[in-house]
Design a protein around this ligand. Structure first.
Ligand code: FES
Length: 116
């Protein structure tokens, strides 16, 4: 496999920056992948849109005190890193590359259209 295979070459607009308010999380489908977008301390983040606990979508999650809180069983993940905070497990939210440009947020995709 060459080094360039799998590297991000595409980007897609997810939403406008004004669509994402502090404390709120929005889940969008990109192809077959759910992607969650939120703002924390003025920065925008994109992570996988399903919870690693039981694979349920993160819709209805809140971002509070530096954590993303899944509404299903209240697992908490660090808002900046996606690392699990509570309960302590090795399962975390996978982060994706998000670019804020002008009034828009763009997600980087690999050659297969998967978020990277
Ligand atoms: S599915 Fe998210 S905490 Fe259980």
């Amino acid at each position: 496999m060459s080094k360039s295979e799998g590297s991000p070459i595409i980007r897609t607009r997810l939403c406008g920056t004004s669509d994402i308010l502090d404390g709120q999380l929005r889940v969008t489908d990109v192809g077959h992948n759910a992607v969650a977008v939120y703002r924390h301390d003025g920065e925008y983040y994109a992570v996988e849109g399903t919870c690693p606990h039981r694979g349920l979508r993160l819709e209805g999650s809140i971002v509070e005190q530096g954590t993303v809180i899944c509404p299903s069983h209240f697992w908490r993940f660090d808002a900046a890193s996606g690392q699990n905070v509570w309960p302590k497990t090795s399962q975390c939210l996978r982060r994706y590359s998000l670019i804020a440009e002008g009034d828009s947020l763009f997600l980087q995709l690999d050659r297969d259209g998967k978020p990277v």
